[in-house]
Design a protein around this ligand. Structure first.
Ligand SMILES: *Cc1c(COP(=O)(O)O)cnc(C)c1O
Length: 376
């Protein structure tokens, strides 16, 4: 049969009609443990829910299918997924990470993984000359996040994968901001794809979760990630897997509408006299616009902007928002605004007049009206 479209996979993937009951929606399997066969085997394939669970397995299949990967390992958070990726290396192994990245993972690297033994170099990942200079024969992993958080810098993934290939390193791409089908990271050469499912995949701001996806054919690192998942057990509960799957059913339509709103807002902000700068890869004057156009199928629904008048002015804009909610996180159906520098702490490289927007599903005109009054 012809390869199915992404919308169809999102609605139909990961689950069949329940053979026992005819239920269309997968039953929730809360059982910790599963019956063993008289001969001691497990012919039904499940033994203990830390190792595997029907709801988790269905979610993993669905996400692997959407990313065009072989298999996936679901975790209790995006951060746990990222931690497992780095700890699939050996202490002493060398890795690269972007200077601008999700601050929670940067903290994990600095405060847990480097002390654990990871040999890490931070680089400006959008500058491939700097990446090349930092690579060593023993580099095993390059962590990429594009667009980056919170200034939406664009890294050329295909070129990065070529560089990685020269030393036999794997590119792990944090695709949280670019849920399928926005950035086909495996086609661009990534060796692992990571998501905080907390964000767009679940999409309703009601759970915490993460996932690591392996490319077709699998990789040695993924085997170790799977081992850590099953043996440490930082896994999502069955109901969270169930909710994430329900969220994914509408992902293509959510992301399409959300990015339409983001584009309208970016253009509105770009023309506003109190806005000094808008970071959105869909704007033609964005530094990464051409690469983004090549490697993304859409520009996403995240953007940030810098307010004239510094930190105080930026905080004032956020304070005056009435419809848009001041809160961290992203990817949900409600639009959120956040002053990043104050949540990232004193070492944050984020400009103190920057506000980040996660554009939701409200009507764009209502969101623009709210920003207009907040900027007045
Ligand atoms: C939120 C986020 C994470 C971490 O996910 P949690 O589920 O909060 O642990 C990782 N990467 C990016 C880009 C994120 O936005």
């Amino acid at each position: 049969m012809k390869k199915r479209h992404f919308e169809t996979l999102a609605v139909r993937g990961g689950a069949e009609v329940d053979p026992e009951t005819g239920a269309l929606v997968p039953p929730l399997h809360l059982s910790t443990t599963f019956e063993r066969d008289p001969d001691g085997g497990y012919r039904r394939d499940f033994s203990y829910s830390r190792s595997d669970n029907p709801n988790r397995r269905a979610l993993e299949r669905l996400i692997a299918e959407l990313e065009g990967g072989e298999e996936a390992a679901a975790f209790a958070s995006g951060s746990a997924a990222a931690g497992a990726v780095f700890r699939s290396l050996r202490p002493g192994d060398h890795a690269l990470a972007p200077r601008e990245m999700y601050h929670g993972i940067r903290s994990l690297l600095l405060q847990a993984l480097i002390p654990w033994g990871l040999d890490l170099t931070f680089v400006e990942m959008t500058d491939l000359t700097e990446v090349r200079a930092a690579l060593r024969p023993e580099t095993r992993l390059i962590w990429a996040e594009t667009p980056s958080n919170p200034r939406l810098g664009i890294t050329d993934l295909a070129a990065l994968a070529d560089l990685a290939g020269e030393v036999g390193a794997v590119v792990a791409c944090d695709n949280t901001w670019t849920p399928p089908p926005l950035q086909p990271a495996f086609e661009l050469g990534a060796g692992l794809v990571v998501h905080a499912t907390t964000k767009y995949l679940a999409g309703h701001s009601d759970l915490i979760g993460g996932v690591v996806v392996a490319p077709r054919g699998g990789t040695e690192l993924f085997e170790r990630i799977r081992f850590l998942q099953r043996n440490e057990g930082a896994v999502p509960a069955p109901f969270d897997c169930w909710l994430t799957m329900r969220g994914i059913r509408t992902l293509p339509y959510r992301i399409r509408a959300q990015q339409e709103g983001a584009s309208a807002i970016a253009h509105f902000l770009a023309g506003h006299s109190r806005v000094e700068r808008v970071n959105y890869p869909g704007l033609p004057d964005h530094l990464g616009h051409d690469v983004a156009r090549r490697q993304m199928t859409g520009f996403g629904a995240m953007l940030s902007f810098e307010v004239a008048g510094g930190e105080e002015a930026a905080l004032g804009v956020a304070a005056r928002a009435e419809l848009i909610t001041r809160a961290t996180s992203l990817g949900g159906i409600e639009t959120l605004i956040e002053h990043r520098a104050s949540i990232e702490g004193p070492e944050s490289p984020t400009p103190d007049n920057l506000l980040r927007l996660s554009v939701g599903l409200e009507h764009p005109d209502d969101l623009i009206a709210d920003l207009e009054q907040a900027l007045a």
